[in-house]
Design a protein around this ligand. Sequence first.
Ligand code: AP5
Length: 214
Amino acid sequence: MNLILLGAPGAGKGTQAKRLEDAYSLVQLSTGDMLRAEVASGSEVGKKAAEIMESGALVPDELIIAMISSRLDKADCRKGFILDGFPRTAPQAEALDRLLEEKNLKLDHVIEIKTDDEAMVERITGRFSCAKCGAGYHDEYQRPKVDGVCDKCGGTEFKRRADDNEETVRARLTAYHNQTAPIIDYYRASGVLEAVDGMAPIDDVTSQLKGLVG
Ligand code: AP5
């Protein structure tokens, strides 16, 4: 099963992708995580992306399309994948159609996680993750069961993303409405778009998604 999760910054794409990955043995393909790994490694791609990401703007299409194309060629994608944060512009959506055809792959679901912008600012500024295993948390909505200890790996160090401040979140929301919202219309017009209520509690959103993908 191959699917796309669409939604604003903070909508819950990463949170839900990890849950679906575990439940259905899929691979999460997050272009944001891939870019952050490039930044951390100090690669040329990372150097180009770092400043753009901190401003809240989108990284150039060519770079993202090349990155996702080579990732789709890896063997683990054959068991099924969840695209999280890609496509994000009309050229990326068109490129994805071409890549899927060339690689003999197809999409089974395109799902929008619908949310309100103001709540996204609160969600993102409260987000943190385990520095060791990457498990995601929130100051209010998703705290570790034991304060200061990761539920998944027992790690005790946590980190926050450089772009998770209010100013950058607002720039990311603007980029989303200007550049990403049009591709929701593109998938709606193709008759493949499904949607869940992303304002519901995290477990409810997971149940809605499972209801759609079966
Ligand atoms: P990326 O990493 O993709 O960030 P994003 O789209 O802004 O999405 P987020 O990761 O912020 O949100 P999410 O929807 O995954 O929310 P999460 O589940 O963590 O991209 C970062 C940057 O990289 C971009 O700005 C751009 O520069 C670049 N980039 C990436 N892809 C690109 C592309 N294709 N083209 C060009 N540039 C690209 O949840 C957020 C928080 O809320 C968490 O703390 C969670 O616990 C909590 N939460 C989740 N769901 C709920 C809920 N239902 N109720 C309450 N709390 C919830």
